[in-house]
Design a binder for this molecule. Structure first.
Ligand code: 5GP
Ligand code: MG
Length: 172
């Protein structure tokens, strides 16, 4: 597998991340926000977006994976529990990509079970073509076609997470 077309360069990504953060700042004002990032794909997105947020922010992560090679398996394993208490808090789930919707559907249910004060979802990329579960998303960075992307935290077999841009993965 090789890197194909660059979909979003680092400049475009930063512009979009700032726009998302601007909306989040407007919506929450000074309310304390618990950001829950889904690892590993969202680690760079979380690190970037929190630096543009102006309210008091807590950051936590859940580790999970639903992808085997490049196909969504529909089987999701959640590896670690949240360290921060969710009850009564304003929670924002931050995820790299919404694809079939299985991942966010399950995570959303798990977090709702813990009685947050409010719950919203922010995704950097939305791939609506293969959606199987409807997921209410509040903030979307980019809408992307049904291609497999890597970079800016997202991987192919754990590689390419370090690319500063988002590119399409191509067979050689
Ligand atoms: P879903 O459960 O919505 O099908 O999948 C969501 C997860 O699959 C995302 O968190 C992401 O980690 C992974 N994923 C979906 N599409 C892509 C893609 O194009 N590239 C990469 N690297 N991961 C993807
Ligand atoms: Mg992910």
């Amino acid at each position: 597998m090789i890197i194909g077309n660059v979909l979003f360069d680092s400049h475009e990504i930063q512009k979009t991340v700032r726009t998302l953060a601007f909306k989040i700042n407007e919506d929450y004002k000074e309310r304390e926000l618990l950001i829950i990032g889904l690892l590993k794909g969202s680690f760079i997105f979380v690190a970037d977006i929190v630096r543009y947020l102006k309210m008091p922010v807590l950051v936590d992560f859940i580790t999970l994976s639903s992808y085997i090679e490049t196909a969504s398996s529909g089987e999701i394993s959640i590896h670690c529990n949240l360290k921060e208490s969710v009850r009564g808090r304003d929670v924002l789930i931050v995820e790299d990509i919404l694809d079939s919707g299985f991942t966010l559907d399950i995570v959303r249910e798990k977090i709702l079970d813990k009685s947050p004060g409010s719950l919203k979802i922010c995704v950097l990329m939305d791939k609506p073509v293969k959606r199987k579960r409807a997921v209410p998303v509040d903030y979307v960075g980019f809408t992307v076609p049904d291609v497999f992307v890597v970079g800016y935290g997202t991987d192919y077999n754990e590689k390419f997470r370090n690319l500063p841009y988002i590119a399409e993965l191509r067979a050689e």
